[in-house]
Design a protein around this ligand. Structure first.
Ligand code: MD6
Ligand code: FE
Length: 216
């Protein structure tokens, strides 16, 4: 697996397979990260970060916004994708071309050529925020992978199995790391542990996560 230790056609980094269908492309997004964060600020100026409420009535500890033709929302009615931001009534901000290109390159590098994400969920964690084990299953086509970009403070990611009770592996995700998740792993449970306090030169006290999906 020589190519896993070296090269990436489009940039820096190295690959670490985590399990069938899951690979971490270490530092794949490092050089793009300042431009990605500038685009996040742009998105948040149009569609502000907010703490969405789960159908069970709990406010999520990660603040969220979205870009693309579809955005993921949760409220008392459930989880779904929709084309408008419920908070502003306007369409979600367009997917920045830099986002699309990076996600497509990462997917290709991981063996999923032709990935065309139409939704980018942007999560912002402050110290104390976390995301419990969940499946990403609101998308239409599970043949398409998910590409997840970590920016800012490190966090412990949990990669579980198809049952919530399957004991998860733990992997630290750092600034610039990209996880590509698909195939037999597409519906596996996963989450992140509580963010610890710290400071990052690009993101201050926060960790951001961009997850790209083909939702529609
Ligand atoms: C996060 N990520 O890293 C949350 N989902 O903050 C996810 O929920 C996620 O990173 C599916 C695939 C990759 C992910
Ligand atoms: Fe997820």
């Amino acid at each position: 697996m020589m190519n896993d230790l070296f090269d990436s056609v489009d940039g820096e980094g190295w690959s670490e397979p985590v399990g069938d269908g899951v690979v971490v492309l270490r530092r794949f997004a490092s050089s793009a990260s300042p431009a990605l964060m500038a685009a996040v600020a742009d998105i948040a100026a149009q569609a502000p970060f907010r703490h969405m409420v789960t159908p069970g009535g709990h406010s999520m500890s990660a603040a969220m916004t979205c870009a693309g033709s579809l955005g993921w929302v949760t409220d008392a009615r459930g989880y779904r994708y929709q084309s408008c931001d419920p908070q502003t009534g306007r369409a979600w901000p367009a997917m920045p071309p830099k986002f699309f290109a990076l996600a497509q390159q990462a997917a290709e590098r991981a063996g999923f050529p032709g990935f065309e994400p139409d939704a980018c969920l942007v999560n912002r964690y402050r110290p104390g925020a976390k995301m419990g084990l969940h499946q990403d299953k609101d998308e239409r086509d599970f043949s398409q992978p998910i590409v997840s970009v970590s920016l800012g403070l490190p966090i412990v990611f949990q990669f579980g199995g198809l049952r919530r009770s399957d004991r998860p592996q733990r992997v630290i995700l750092e600034h610039g790391d990209v996880v590509v998740w698909g195939g037999v792993a597409r519906l596996n449970y996963h989450g992140v542990l509580t963010l610890k306090a710290g400071h990052h030169p690009l993101t201050d006290e926060f960790r951001y996560n961009l997850t790209f999906r083909k939702a529609g």
